[in-house]
Design a protein around this ligand. Structure first.
Ligand code: GTP
Length: 883
């Protein structure tokens, strides 16, 4: 499992990595440099101390040398004094200083020390090698000496010799006479330069300094190499080093610009200080070399430490990066495992005492794997597979894992399992050995297996379908070589599959068609458009089979990958078509000879057949009508009339109706028959046949005959049939237009006696006269009918009011009261009338007539020669409905 730190821990870890090494390196460098600096300081102090000691030794040597000379000079004065006093004051300087004289025994003659002899009065008695003050009576040293009886030389402070203006050390000694009184002073002058002339003997290095300083006056004389310095303003201090071994003198104002280490030695007797200074350059040269070496080594060490620290930091960074990359890779791997479609299990071998693998412990599992086991993912690590899924052991998985672990050979297999929770499923697993365990990736391939099964099934079905297909199938590769034919192809061509493969199938094509087919296939490669043509195949036994061949290219990514062709045996169909064509020709001949217009219209109302009569009627060629719709052919107005019939016939109804056609200015009538055409199964209508016949002449004759049947032959009035038809039409009109009509039913009163009295012919004559009077009485728009015998009816349409009808009935009654002047007799009769009204109520013509008959009866009963009207005119239909 991956360890995940919180952000604070990560920050501290990063800081630790980033800071620890630099801090360690800095501490190491600081420590090293501190040690180096300390050591250098120590070396410096030591070197300086040595230099001071060296200078001090030299200063001591200088002091000793100077002191020796001074003491010698002192001895010289002492010797002069001795001789002077022995000689009772007779000794003079020339004798004393002569070569190999007294003085030479003490002092190097080459020095030619200035020497003077002063008398007791301070006056210069004698002098040599220099000029002296002629009178020193006032000089402090003279006074001191003259007053002091001590036999000591007085080394006066260095002073400037007036004649030479040179700095001189003055040594004087009291001279006594025999009495011991003061007799004068012998005085020597020593040039301090003489002391420092021994420079070379001191082994002072180049640029080294040798100097004598007067303690009282500060006068100093120094020598550096060949150069001599005289100064009266030497400013210095002295120190004692910590060890107390050496006294160092520090020049506050150096004589030159050369740094030196000075040391000194006091000579109190002569009030002088001997100073020797060695140049720092020489004195500290060794130290400088050592310091250089220290710094070089330390610098190199620093560079090494720095470089090493950098290297370590870089390595640390690399390591860190590697760890981060490894962690990231691990996380990615885990994320990939989690996102994987596979269940992933990492298993560690669990071994028995003999070392054999007995089980595997689940180290890690992804989410999909946990779901497969139906356990929470966190609970799975550490569990034994054999205990977690006992069936896996039974199915031999533990042995397989162990085998992969032992051999190192990965194992991949697919299997069906029923031992996992849920439905049985197909799994594919890969087992790979890792360390002391195995990684198992398992994928549920149930759906793929099902798809494969379905695919195999489809392929088998397809193969079966191909073989069962009525079409011959051929498949060719991109080069046009046949790779497959089905059994139908074998049957059509008479070739076996083996005989058809490659280019051999071409042998079955009729030689005349082969050239055309080859050219067409070549053209197909260029155009890539499917090709279709009729082609003959010739069987080995010479039988010719007519076929329809279609070939299409298989195009994948703009490239022709092959061809697929179908071969349809159309031999029989071709014979049928030929026969059908002959049949059609015969039928057309028959149809064209018929006077009736004959056509066939399909379900889309498009004309598919028409005979010449039809073509003539529409003044168009047969081809013009053919393919056009009924609407296009007959026009909108006539189509509006025909459309309901077309719908009905297409719904399966056989129709016969009359169609009036007044196109062309001639009124014609047609008898039209629509006969539906059903499909072969007889279930659905696929069109209809039209038979259209001109019945104009027949209809006119019919109307004429009809009219004749509706006229009463005696009176010329409408007879019963005509009355009933008219009554029906008038009632329909009332219903449609909400108008009022009246119907009268009348009968001649006592007609029978007329017949009986005057004979039947007089009766007929009366009937005619009655009819004529009635016709004159009524409006022309009224319909007067004789129902039979002496019964008459009148229809009055569109009456305004009931009173008008009533008045007319009364008028008829009155008119008929007048005698009828007949040829052979004058007859008086009367009439009785039943008058009723109609306003669109629901009743039949017979009921309405019956109502008038009832009223007629009432009029008869009332004594005749009158009329009876009723019932009241009903309210308008709409008003009535509203009420
Ligand atoms: N002359 C003549 N007589 C006819 C004709 N048709 C029927 N008749 C006679 O007309 C007579 C009708 O008589 P009815 O109406 O029954 O008797 P009526 O005498 O008129 O009596 P009421 O009507 O009750 O007054 C019968 O005698 C018929 O024979 C016809 O065409 N010619």
């Amino acid at each position: 499992m991956i360890r995940t730190d919180n952000p604070v821990q990560q920050l501290l870890r990063r800081l630790y990595r980033v800071i620890l090494l630099p801090v360690f390196a800095v501490v190491l460098l600081v420590s090293m440099w501190a040690a180096v600096v300390f050591q250098v300081n120590q070396e410096y102090a030591s070197s300086r101390h040595e230099a001071v000691l060296h200078s001090q030794a030299l200063a001591r040597t200088l002091a000793d040398h100077t002191g020796h000379l001074l003491r010698q000079s002192d001895h010289a004065t002492q010797l002069f004094k001795l001789k002077y006093e022995e000689t009772g004051g007779a000794l003079r300087l020339p004798e004393f200083t002569r070569r190999n004289g007294l003085l030479d025994s003490l002092m190097p003659s080459k020095l030619e020390l200035p020497i003077a002899l002063y008398g007791a009065d301070g006056k210069l008695v004698d002098s040599q090698y220099a000029q002296f003050l002629p009178d020193v009576a006032d000089q402090p040293f003279f006074k001191t000496i003259s007053l002091s009886h001590e036999d000591t030389a007085l080394a006066a402070n260095p002073m400037v010799e007036p004649s030479t203006k040179k700095w001189q050390i003055q040594i004087s000694r009291r001279l006594n006479n025999r009495d011991g009184d003061f007799a004068g002073v012998i005085m020597l002058m020593i040039d301090p330069a003489y002391f420092v002339e021994d420079y070379d003997r001191l082994h002072v290095e180049d640029q080294g300094l040798v100097m004598l300083v007067s303690m009282d006056t500060g006068l100093a004389i120094a020598r550096v190499d060949e150069k001599l310095y005289i100064s009266d303003a030497i400013d210095f201090t002295t120190t004692i080093d910590a060890a107390g071994a050496g006294d160092e003198l520090v020049m506050r104002r150096p004589l030159d610009n050369v740094a030196r280490i000075y040391s000194y030695r006091d000579m109190p007797r002569y009030q002088l200080t001997a100073v020797v200074g060695n140049t720092v350059r020489h004195a500290m040269a060794k130290f400088e070399r050592q310091r250089g070496m220290y710094f070089t080594v330390a610098g190199a060490a620093s560079l090494l430490v720095f470089g090493f620290a950098l290297l370590l930091m870089r390595q640390s960074q690399r390591l860190s990066n590697s760890m981060e990359a490894a962690t990231a890779a691990q996380q990615k791997l885990r994320a990939a495992a989690d996102a994987s479609l596979d269940a992933v299990f990492l298993l560690k071998a669990c071994r028995g005492q003999d070392g054999d693998v007995t089980d595997f412990i689940l180290i890690d599992v992804n989410e999909r794997g946990a779901r497969m086991l139906e356990h929470p993912r966190d609970s799975l690590p550490g569990q034994r597979i054999g205990e977690l899924v006992p069936n896996w052991r039974r199915e031999g998985f533990i042995e397989k894992y162990a085998q992969v672990l032992a051999t190192g050979q990965p194992l991949e297999e697919e299997f069906e399992t029923r031992n996992l929770p849920g439905e049985p499923r197909w799994l594919r697993h890969q087992i790979v050995a890792i360390d002391d365990g195995v990684a198992v990736t398992t994928r549920n391939i149930t759906s793929r297996k099902r798809d494969e099964l379905a695919l195999r099934k489809q392929q088998a079905e397809l193969a079966a379908m191909n073989d069962a297909s009525p079409l011959g199938l051929i498949r060719a590769d991109a080069n046009g070589h046949c790779t497959y034919v089905n059994r139908t192809f074998e049957k059509i061509t008479g070739l076996t599959r083996a005989q058809a493969l490659g280019d051999k199938w071409m042998a079955a094509v009729h030689p005349n068609d082969r050239v055309v087919l080859t050219a067409a296939l070549s053209h197909l490669r260029d155009t890539r458009k499917p090709f279709q043509d009729t082609m003959r195949c010739v069987h080995p036994d010479g039988e010719v089979v007519w076929t329809s061949m279609k070939v299409a290219p298989i195009i994948i990514d703009e490239r022709i990958e092959g061809f697929v062709g179908t071969l349809d045996d159309i031999t029989l169909m071709r014979k049928s078509v030929m026969a059908l064509r002959e049949s059609e020709a015969r039928l057309r001949t028959i149809a064209d000879t018929l006077p009736a217009m004959i056509a066939y219209v399909d379900y889309e109302e498009v004309y598919r057949f028409n005979n010449i009569a039809y073509e003539r009627e529409f003044s168009q060629s047969g081809m013009d009508v053919m393919g056009k719709t009924v609407r296009e052919t007959v026009g909108e107005a006539r189509y509006a009339f025909l459309q309901p019939y077309v719908r009905r016939v297409l719904a399966g109804e056989t129709l016969s109706f009359e169609e009036d056609d007044d196109s062309g200015g001639v009124a014609r009538s047609f008898e039209v028959n629509y006969i539906p055409q059903y499909d072969e199964e007889g279930y659905s209508v696929i069109g209809f046949h039209v038979m259209r016949q001109d019945v104009t002449a027949r209809k006119r004759e019919k109307q004429r005959l009809l009219k004749l049947s509706q006229v009463d032959a005696l009176t010329g009035l409408v007879n019963r049939a005509g009355f009933l038809q008219k009554l029906s039409e008038s009632m329909a009109y009332c219903r449609d237009n909400d108008s009022i009509m009246a119907v009268m039913y009348m009968d001649i009163d006592r007609f029978k006696p007329v017949n009986d009295t005057y004979g039947h012919s007089v009766g007929d004559e009366l009937l005619k006269a009655f009819s004529a009077r009635l016709t004159h009485t009524m409006r022309a728009s009224d319909t007067i009918a004789r129902l039979g015998g002496d019964e008459f009816t009148i229809i009055m349409e569109r009456i305004g009011r009931r009173e008008d009808a009533d008045a007319l009935a009364g008028k008829i009654v009155q008119v008929m009261q007048a005698p009828f002047e007949l040829e052979r007799a004058t007859v008086s009769v009367s009439t009785s009338i039943g008058l009723t009204y109609y306003r669109g109520e629901g009743m039949t013509p017979a009921e309405l007539l019956n109502r008038a008959d009832v009223l007629l009866y009432q009029a008869k009963q009332a004594g005749r020669d009158t009329f009876r009207a009723g019932p009241p005119i009903p309210a308008p239909q709409a008003a009535s409905d509203a009420a």
